[in-house]
Design a protein around this ligand. Structure first.
Ligand code: URA
Length: 231
């Protein structure tokens, strides 16, 4: 159970006092009855709340898969680039999302946003070993033998500049791209793995996390997904 004023201000309808004002002006109904006070307790998952005649969208948890474009950062704020959070529109933009496994500003592809911190842990914790597949374009022609070294493991620096043995779980090739599967998520891991064997990654796209892929999403689009599709 939650206080009505707290519920609405958490959903960014205004500060507590602004919400209280809306209630005084009889703009808010709970199950069709005009609310008299913000102190009223509601069960957000069961009550129908309307503000100015519009139904309040509420759900928990909310899990979203986003096809991140290049040029966006995966944290909430940065001076130089907009955040992926800016791509999220009504009604989801009323919620505070956490990002499960960041991508660099110039990497595109599959990003998971969730209101549930426990899901972030489940996806990003190193012990969970969730495979992620990246599509990689390199700066020059490559030899499969050289790239195959990544299956044995290469030493890279992790986010703290400590040496780390990074291994590819699988590699696939076509003329243009290499598809690498890893189940870790060190800082710039894919780029650093290729750099360790003298290739520069010029285009990077995450195409899968667990069993979840970008299937019918276009760049910049997002949708809710079923979390069982990851594991
Ligand atoms: N590896 C990288 O180097 N960058 C990413 O954005 C993701 C994985």
């Amino acid at each position: 159970m939650k206080r009505l004023d707290q519920f609405l201000s958490q959903l960014k309808y205004g500060s507590r006092s602004e919400v209280e004002k809306m209630i005084k002006q009889e703009c808010v109904t709970v199950n069709g009855i005009i609310a008299k006070t913000g102190r009223q307790k509601i069960n957000p998952l069961e009550c129908q709340v309307h503000v100015n005649g519009q139904k309040v969208f509420y759900k928990e948890p909310i899990d979203i898969i986003l096809y991140k474009p290049q040029g966006y950062i995966s944290s909430n704020k940065d001076e130089k680039y907009p955040s992926v959070i800016n791509l999220i529109k009504e009604p989801y933009d009323r919620f505070d999302f956490k990002i499960a496994g960041r991508l660099d500003w110039d990497t595109e592809g599959l990003l998971i946003l969730t209101t549930d911190g426990k899901l972030v842990q489940k996806i990003t914790h190193p012990n969970k070993k969730i495979p992620k597949v990246y599509e990689v374009k390199l700066d020059k022609l490559y030899q499969e033998e050289t790239i195959n070294q990544l299956l044995k493991g290469v030493e890279i620096k992790d986010g703290k500049n400590e040496p780390y043995l990074a291994k590819a779980l699988n590699l696939e090739y076509n003329q243009e791209y290499i598809y690498i599967t890893i189940d870790e998520g060190k800082f710039h891991q894919v780029k650093r793995m290729f750099l360790s064997i003298s290739y520069e990654v010029i285009k990077l796209k995450r195409i899968k996390i667990g069993h979840l892929d970008l299937s019918d999403l276009r760049i910049g689009e997002y949708k809710e997904f079923n979390r069982n599709d990851i594991f």
